[in-house]
Design a protein around this ligand. Structure first.
Ligand code: ZN
Length: 144
C-alpha cells in the first residue's frame, strides 16, 4: 500500500516545451514576464502561437512585440481528469481561452478565482508563473 507522499514522489515529470530558434523569443519573453507575440513585417498582423509564416499573406519575415497582457474570456473548460499524470494533483483547474487585445487567442490556466465565477467576455489579465529556473508559463487572472 502506498501513501499519498509515496504517490507524490512517483509522479512523472511535468512535460516541458522544447523551444527552438523560432519559438525561443516567446519562451525567453515568458521568463522575463513578458508575453511576446509575432507580428508580420508585410501585413502587420499579429499571430500566436509562434509559427514560421503569416497565415494571412504567407510571408516569413516577422518581428516580436510585447502584448499588453489584457484580454477577455472567450471560453473555458474545467479539467477534472488529468491528460498527463503530472497534472493530477492540480485537479480540478480551469483552462481559459482568452481573446487578447492584439486579436489573437491565448490558452492559459486560471489563477486566483473560482472557475464557477467565469463569464464570457469577462476582462482578464495575463500573469506569469515561474515553474522553475528555466521555465515560466502564462496564466490568467480575472481583472479587478
Ligand atoms: Zn502577413
Amino acid at each position: 500500500m502506498t501513501t499519498s507522499a509515496d504517490d507524490h514522489t512517483r509522479l512523472p515529470a511535468r512535460p516541458r516545451p522544447e523551444p527552438d530558434a523560432l519559438s525561443a523569443p516567446y519562451w525567453d519573453g515568458l521568463r522575463a514576464h513578458k508575453l511576446m507575440l509575432q507580428r508580420c513585417r508585410a501585413c502587420g498582423r499579429v499571430r500566436h502561437y509562434p509559427r514560421p509564416l503569416c497565415d494571412h499573406c504567407y510571408t516569413f519575415e516577422h518581428d516580436w512585440q510585447e502584448a499588453r497582457g489584457e484580454g477577455r474570456v472567450h471560453s473555458w473548460t474545467v479539467c477534472h481528469h488529468a491528460f498527463h499524470p503530472a497534472f493530477k494533483q492540480a485537479l480540478p483547474y480551469a483552462l481559459v481561452t482568452v481573446d487578447l487585445a492584439e486579436a489573437v487567442r491565448l490558452q492559459a490556466p486560471l489563477r486566483g478565482s473560482d472557475p464557477a465565477l467565469l463569464r464570457v467576455d469577462q476582462p482578464v489579465i495575463v500573469d506569469f508563473e515561474d515553474i522553475d529556473d528555466t521555465l515560466t508559463l502564462p496564466c490568467v487572472r480575472v481583472r479587478a
